[in-house]
Design a protein around this ligand. Structure first.
Ligand code: 9Z3
Length: 433
C-alpha cells in the first residue's frame, strides 16, 4: 500500500486522515474467499508514509494541511502568500505605485479602491477557473467620485472589468447595435430612413465604422458620438490622466489580487501622514479556491469514450461516470490584516454582500467588529445600485438611497465617506498633537 500510488491507495490515505482510525484490510481471492487479513494503527501509518511521501496523505486525496491558527490568523495568511505562484506583473505594479506616490502631493488624500471579481484557477496553466458576478461597476463609479472629491486614486481592478469614466462605453456600443436592430421591420429589413440622433443613417454609420476598422479615428468618432449621447465623461478621464491622479493596477486571479493588495497597502502605509489613505475594498473576493500546491499543472483531461482510466491527479477525485470532484478550500480572511498589519493608520472601508436582506446588517456589523473596520458598506445583491447601509461602530447605521434622478448611488456614498474620512484625519492629528 505504501508504495502503490493509485487512486485506491489515495482513498485509503484519505480515510485514515479523516478518521484517524486503525485500518484493517482483507484480501480475497477471485471467488471472494478470504486469503489473508492485516491491519495497522492509522495515525502511525500516516506518519510513516509522510516521511517518504510528504504531503501524500493530506494533499494527495484533495485535503488541505490542517488549519494552523484559524482562517484569519497571521499564520494562515503567511502560508497563503508563501505558497502563491510568482507573478511577473507584480514587481512592475509595485514600482509604478512607488512612482505614483512620489508624484502625489503631501496633502492630497489617497484612496486605494479594489474592484471586480477574482478568479480562482482550477489548473496552474488555467483553462478553467471559478469566478463570480462582479462587474466592477461599484469600484469604477466610486473611483470617479473619489477623483472628483480631490483624491488620488489607486484603482486595483480585475482586468477586463469596468473602469472609471469609460464604464458606460459597453452600454453605448450595445445601444448602437440595439437601435439598429430595433429599426428593422417585421421581415428583418432595415428601413432606409433609420436615423440616429444627429440625423445620420445608423446603418451608414455602422458600415462606415466597420469598413474603417483599420482607421481607428473613424471608429473613435462614432464612439465619441455615443459617449456624448450617454453622457460619458471622456473629458474627465483625460483630465485625470493628465493630472496624474489615477493609477490603474490590473489583476486576474485571487493569488494576484491578494499579493498586490498586501504590497500596495504596505507601500501606502509608508507615506507621510498615512491617515490620509482610505482603503475601499469593493472587490468581490472569492471565498473559496484551490491552493496552488494542489492545482494540477496542465488542463484536467476528460475521459474519452471507451477509456477506463480516470484522471489520476492529486487534488482531483475522478467519479465513476467520468466526472470529477474538485475540493475548494476556504480563502484565508485578509480583512483583519489590512487593518492591523498592512496599513494600520489608514481609514478602512469594508463591504458586506448578502442575498438575504434579513441577515445583511447583522453580518455587516459582525465583520465591522471582528476585523476592526472603520466602516462597512452593507449591500444586498439585487438592490445594490439603489440602496446601501453604512455600518459603523456602536451599532450606528445610515441608509443611503439613490434618488430616481441620480445616475449613481456612489455619488452620495462617496460624499458620506469623504466627510467621515476628513473627520478621521482631523481626529488622528488632534490625537498626535
Ligand atoms: C461588494 O459588496 C460590492 O458592492 C459589489 C459590487 C461586488 C456587490 P459590482 O462590481 O458589484 O458593481 O457588480 N463588494 C464586496 C463583496 C464581498 O465579497 N465582500 C466580502 C463578504 O461579503 C467581504 S470582503 O463576505
Amino acid at each position: 500500500v505504501g508504495t502503490h500510488r493509485d487512486p485506491s491507495s489515495t482513498l485509503v490515505a484519505q480515510r485514515a486522515t479523516d478518521r484517524r482510525a486503525d485500518l484493517h484490510f482483507e484480501l480475497r481471492d477471485h471467488l471472494g474467499q478470504p486469503v489473508s487479513q492485516f491491519g495497522f494503527d492509522g495515525e502511525a501509518w500516516i506518519k510513516s508514509w509522510e516521511r517518504f511521501a510528504p504531503g501524500a496523505t493530506t494533499g494527495g486525496a484533495g485535503q488541505r494541511r490542517p488549519r494552523m491558527g484559524g482562517l484569519d490568523s497571521a499564520e494562515e495568511a503567511d502560508a497563503f502568500f508563501a505558497s502563491s505562484p510568482e507573478d511577473p506583473a507584480f514587481a512592475p505594479s509595485v514600482e509604478r505605485l512607488r512612482a505614483f506616490l512620489q508624484r502625489v502631493g503631501p496633502d492630497t488624500p489617497i484612496a486605494l479602491v479594489t474592484s471586480g471579481g477574482t478568479t480562482a484557477p482550477l489548473e496552474r496553466t488555467a483553462v478553467r477557473f471559478v469566478d463570480n458576478f462582479s462587474s466592477g461597476s461599484r469600484g469604477a463609479a466610486s473611483a470617479e467620485y473619489l477623483l472628483r472629491a480631490g483624491y488620488a486614486v489607486v484603482f486595483l481592478h480585475r482586468e477586463g472589468s469596468l473602469r472609471p469614466f469609460d464604464r458606460k462605453i459597453p452600454d453605448a456600443a450595445r445601444w448602437f447595435h440595439d437601435s439598429l436592430v430595433a429599426s428593422y421591420d417585421a421581415n428583418g429589413i432595415p428601413p432606409p430612413n433609420g436615423l440616429d440622433w444627429h440625423g445620420n443613417s445608423i446603418l451608414d454609420m455602422l458600415q462606415t465604422s466597420t469598413a474603417n476598422l483599420d482607421r481607428p479615428g473613424v471608429c473613435a468618432e462614432s464612439l465619441a458620438g455615443e459617449a456624448l449621447r450617454t453622457k460619458i465623461d471622456l473629458g474627465g478621464h483625460f483630465d485625470m490622466i493628465n493630472r496624474g491622479t489615477l493609477l490603474a493596477t490590473p489583476f486576474t486571479t485571487l493569488f494576484q489580487y491578494l499579493n498586490l493588495l498586501r504590497a500596495l497597502c504596505v507601500e501606502m502605509s509608508a507615506v507621510a501622514t498615512p491617515e490620509r489613505v482610505m482603503v475601499y475594498l469593493a472587490a468581490a473576493v472569492s471565498d473559496f479556491y484551490v491552493p496552488w500546491e494542489r492545482l494540477p499543472t496542465h488542463k484536467i483531461q476528460s475521459r474519452e469514450a471507451g477509456e477506463s482510466g480516470p484522471n489520476n491527479l492529486p487534488g482531483i477525485d475522478a467519479t465513476e461516470d467520468g466526472g470529477v470532484v474538485i475540493r475548494l478550500s476556504q480563502t484565508p480572511k485578509m480583512l483583519g490584516h489590512v487593518r492591523s498589519r498592512w496599513c494600520p493608520n489608514a481609514y478602512v472601508v469594508g463591504f458586506k454582500l448578502e442575498t438575504d436582506p434579513d441577515i445583511l446588517l447583522e453580518k455587516a456589523n459582525r465583520s465591522l467588529v471582528k476585523y476592526r473596520m472603520h466602516l462597512v458598506v452593507a449591500n444586498e445583491m439585487h438592490r445594490r445600485k439603489d440602496r446601501v447601509a453604512l455600518v459603523e461602530p456602536e451599532g450606528r447605521s445610515t441608509w443611503v438611497n439613490r434618488p430616481e434622478d441620480m445616475a449613481d448611488i456612489e455619488e452620495l456614498m462617496i460624499g458620506e465617506l469623504a466627510r467621515r474620512h476628513v473627520k478621521f484625519v482631523e481626529e488622528s492629528s488632534d490625537g498626535k498633537s
